[in-house]
Write a protein that binds this ligand. Structure first.
Ligand SMILES: O=C(CO)COP(=O)(O)O
Length: 243
């Protein structure tokens, strides 16, 4: 059985004062027994440690250390208190030209440091409209997720690029079609493919979370904007618990 996960990606948002949101999120996670993860900017990881809450990074370099100005390593994230790291977010792929092969190497670096890698994949609107969505995603999955991934060290997040930060959530039929296809691909490739946690991300809110979580192969969400405030994120955790 896949574990459920309610994950929040704060992206480049958050100052020390925003950490006051975390105790209420941790309380909801504890009360519902749903694992919850917040990935704040790297500057806040150490200060974000909160009992009952997992903390993660938003990207990592493939080396443990070295002459890489401005980068952060998986080992450093772990040292600061992270248990997870997001790799391959579409904003990293577009802003920093990260490729599937880079992301595969980052996932391996995450594991070496003892972190769980959350590998993101997602099609652009042009790719969806061209009818290539499932092929694009299968290729990203094959090339970004290392061959020795397991359900214990890797989470896969499907985030359609056109649904991120746009308020335009994917249709339930679209989410179902993609997540079912990803599950088949994972089961063909990995012995424990049926146990991988599969997250949906892209304009998830309290108002649409229950419907999204009702899809058979959606095991949680990777939430951007609605993870910044406990009042928005806690109902999403509760919706996941209710499934
Ligand atoms: O990119 C996302 C999470 O990684 C989704 O962001 P939004 O929930 O703001 O659309």
């Amino acid at each position: 059985m896949p574990s459920k996960l309610a994950a929040g990606n704060w992206k480049m948002h958050g100052l020390k004062s925003d950490l006051s949101e975390l105790p209420a999120i941790a309380d909801t996670a504890t009360a519902t027994s749903i694992p919850a993860l917040i990935c704040p900017p790297a500057t806040l990881i150490a200060a974000a440690a909160t009992p009952g809450l997992h903390i993660g990074g938003q990207n990592c370099h493939i080396a443990n250390q070295g002459a890489h100005t401005g980068d952060v390593s998986a080992q450093m994230l772990c040292d600061a208190g992270a248990s997870h790291v997001i790799v391959g977010h579409s904003e990293r792929r577009s802003d920093h030209n990260e490729t599937d092969k880079d992301i595969e190497a980052q996932a391996k670096a995450a594991w070496s440091a003892g972190l769980i890698a959350i590998v993101c994949i997602g099609e652009t609107l042009a790719q969806r409209e061209a009818g290539n969505c499932l092929d694009v995603l299968a290729k990203q999955l094959r090339n970004s997720v290392p061959d020795d991934a397991t359900a214990a060290n890797t989470v896969v997040a499907y985030e359609p690029v056109w649904a991120i930060g746009t308020g335009r959530v994917a249709e339930i039929e679209q989410i179902t079609e993609v997540h079912d296809a990803l599950r088949v691909d994972l089961c063909v490739r990995f012995n424990d493919g049926k146990d991988f946690t599969l997250l949906y991300g892209g304009s998830v809110k309290a108002a649409n979370a229950s419907e999204i979580f009702s899809c058979a192969n959606v095991n949680g969400a990777l939430v951007g904007g609605a993870s910044l405030k406990a009042a928005d994120f806690c109902p999403i955790i509760e919706a996941l618990a209710a499934q």
